[in-house]
Design a protein around this ligand. Structure first.
Ligand code: SF4
Length: 208
């Protein structure tokens, strides 16, 4: 399973938005976006004018990078979302939020989605009591996500759970910190996703 292993702060600077890809560092004064809030590269500080296509491309790239997904899989989610009833853009975001690595991150067991992905890949996460090591696994309502008994000793998980409050509440999940588990109460509504995303632009990008 491929994953991006290049420099991530450049992605925030490219997308002109803090994507919170580095956990604690993102909340410190070391954040590269706070220090250099312009795109990376020699011409980063020059004037940049986007075409209509460029604006839509950047919106798509931003969301893809936020969730740490490559193009092929992202496009697949779009096709799933497009073939379902309802608003395509909202369906797409719901698919992305339902991914197991995202849910582990949202519950606070990891400080970033890539860390959550690693927890899942390394067999630390259970879904309804069964080991699932596929980061793209799509969770459902009433699924219980928990940390495997012997993995509860991992200091990094406890540290992440301590720091989760700063990210704000996640109303569609119910977390029980004491037992390192949580339940998906409902699927996320559009208002539950607070990052500035214009999903309609992504729909327009793929529908061009
Ligand atoms: Fe983005 Fe700043 Fe976090 Fe780097 S430290 S990933 S620039 S938010």
């Amino acid at each position: 399973m491929a994953r991006y292993i290049g420099p991530v702060c450049k992605l925030c600077r490219r997308e002109n938005l803090k994507l919170f890809l580095k956990g604690d560092r993102c909340y410190s004064d070391k954040c590269a976006f706070d220090r250099r809030p312009y795109p990376p590269g020699q011409h980063g500080q020059g004037r940049i004018k986007f075409s209509e296509y460029g604006v839509r491309l950047r919106e798509k790239q931003k969301v893809r990078r936020l969730y740490g997904i490559f193009e092929r899989q992202f496009r697949r989610y779009f096709h799933f979302a497009d073939s379902e009833k309802g608003v395509t853009g909202e369906n797409l975001l719901r698919y992305l939020e339902r991914r197991l690595d995202n849910v582990v991150y949202r519950m606070g067991f990891a400080s970033t989605r890539s860390e959550a992905r690693q927890l899942v890949r390394h067999n630390h996460v259970l879904v309804n009591g069964k080991r699932v090591n596929i980061p793209s696994y799509l969770t459902r309502v009433n699924d219980t996500i928990s940390i495997r008994e012997r993995s509860k000793k991992i200091a990094r998980i406890a540290e992440s759970m301590e720091a989760v409050e700063r990210r704000g509440p996640v109303s569609w999940l119910e977390l029980d910190k004491a037992s390192f588990s949580g339940v998906i109460k409902q699927l996320p509504a559009r208002d539950d996703i607070t990052m500035p995303i214009q999903e309609q632009m992504i729909v327009e990008f793929y529908s061009r």
